[in-house]
Design a protein around this ligand. Structure first.
Ligand code: F6R
Length: 241
């Protein structure tokens, strides 16, 4: 496990973008596992800036997103499809055929999960997985529970996640209660994992995840076992370490 403390959110974002761009420069046909949420926004912004300057080429990259709400169309402003296009894909030269997110609108969700795992397998696996962490310790939408779920699955979001995601919706009632997420095995099989964390509200859970017991009650704790695991956090998130 490697820890890098950044002074603030912008510095954290720049450091994360550096690692992602190094990955893409070294292996242009990289498979990037990507996350949504507030944490990676600055990272995507920085990558877009470097792309526009001509410093990175995403034309051969494949992207695999971690998760998607169930029941929101791709065009819904709060869907993760929309988020990723709005905040990243529309601004870089990634091939649209190489962009993948779970299908939260599928009639047969079980099949959609199996298909997503098969697709990840077909890409040859994720080279670099970017992660954020929820205040309850979730990664992707793998919520605290009795066991680590290995594969892509449908999940009921916890109260804490619904509350925390209400900031993106007009009211708590409008936050979808279910999502599709890749499983813990898929995340752990990524060749490299990059966790980015900012803010005081993540300080306790980050400490517990990195130095506490490895338990499905805190899904991010399993990252301690990954052989190539990097954490970049701002001063606030690292304040309890
Ligand atoms: C999003 C995802 C989630 C977020 C986590 C933190 O695709 O997988 O695990 O990374 O909920 O969200 P923010 O960054 O909004 O605090």
């Amino acid at each position: 496990m490697r820890l890098y403390k950044a002074g603030n959110y912008n510095e954290m974002s720049r450091m994360a973008a550096n690692i992602i761009s190094a990955q893409v420069i070294i292996k242009p046909a990289s498979v990037l596992g990507l996350a949504t949420g507030g944490t990676p926004l600055g990272t995507y912004k920085q990558l877009i800036e470097w792309y526009k300057k001509g410093d990175i080429d995403f034309s051969e990259v494949t992207s695999i997103n971690l998760d998607e709400y169930i029941g929101l169309s791709n065009a819904h402003r709060q869907s993760y499809h929309y988020f990723m296009h709005e905040n990243f894909f529309n601004h870089i030269n990634i091939n649209p055929n190489n962009i993948h997110l779970p299908d939260g609108t599928a009639n047969d969700l079980e099949k959609a999960c199996i298909d997503y795992d098969a697709l990840i397998n077909d890409t040859g696996g994720i080279d670099l997985q970017l992660l954020g962490i929820g205040t309850d310790g979730h990664i992707g939408f793998n919520e605290p529970g009795p066991a680590f779920e290995p594969t892509t699955h449908v999940v009921s979001l916890t109260e804490s996640t619904i509350k925390s995601n209400t900031r993106f919706f007009s009211s708590e009632e409008n936050v979808p209660k279910k999502a599709i997420t890749v499983g813990i095995r898929t995340i752990m099989q990524a060749k490299k994992i990059l966790l980015i964390v900012n803010g005081n509200n993540k300080a306790d859970i980050l400490k517990e995840a990195l130095y506490g017991c490895i338990t499905p009650a805190l899904p991010a704790s399993i990252l301690q076992l990954h052989p190539d695991f990097t954490v970049i956090g701002d001063e606030e998130a690292f304040s309890k370490l």
